[in-house]
Design a binder for this molecule. Sequence first.
Ligand SMILES: C[S@@+](CC[C@H](N)C(=O)[O-])C[C@H]1O[C@@H](n2cnc3c(N)ncnc32)[C@H](O)[C@@H]1O
Length: 271
Amino acid sequence: MKHQTEQEYGDDPVAVRESDKYQQEYVHAFVDKWDELIDWEGRAKAEGEFFIEKLRELGIKKVLDVATGTGFHSVQLLKAGFEVTSVDGSPTMLAKAFDNARKHGHILRTIHADWRMLNRDVHDLYDAVICLGNSFTHLHNENDRRKALAEYYATLRHDGILILDQRNYDAILDHRIEPGHDFYYCGDEVKAAPEYVDESLARFKYEFADGATFHLNMYPLRKAYVERLMKEVGFQRVTTYGDFKETYRKSEPDFFVHVAEKKYIEGAIEE
Ligand SMILES: C[S@@+](CC[C@H](N)C(=O)[O-])C[C@H]1O[C@@H](n2cnc3c(N)ncnc32)[C@H](O)[C@@H]1O
């Protein structure tokens, strides 16, 4: 099979704002390169315990990783003893994740599904759904975001939780970060920075040491907006953390992590 190596955004790359685009953005060359350079051990040290501790604290056993990507979180959680099912809408990603997990001594239980139709392909209930690594940002319109959250909600047990992270787009949109800011999650060998930003697009450029360049067109999620959407689909309480590791810049986290609880709380959403 011939693998696609180049991304295609056409004549006007900033006009590309579709939720289905992720399927073509993660070309083999990008996926391979990413994993070559991101050192899993380093990433595990930086953030791993945060999620494992949070899940253990909440008594979680069965986890659905809806944004498996190359498998980093699925494998960390399997190693920590959780029961994990790994979902992604990109077959390229799932294949890579399966190989990676095998190298770490685990057989991934994978499901190929798009979040907007998740429960068509996922027929079980989970204690937790995780959507990590700034993945939710791939949805470019509100209907898709609401539908995906509703699908996550539906696959949770009555007292389940959703953990979803995102870049701190407020800081980017409101120009609160200095030029040359070091964006977390990219390792030392990858330079990542927004190339173009407006209220409905953040186009990031990823430059690798050998000169290879890739892009991702993402929707710049404001923190308060995500918290509101989560409550509107029925989550009762949303607790948001700033970064899970030491920040590059103390006052302005690079990432936010939302923990949304499904369990009914009387009077929770009255404010
Ligand atoms: C930025 S990657 C993150 C992967 C991984 N969680 C990590 O942190 O390394 C985002 C992932 O979300 C998947 N994705 C994006 N939109 C999706 C959708 N609508 N349905 C299912 N998967 C989707 C992509 O295929 C990709 O693997």
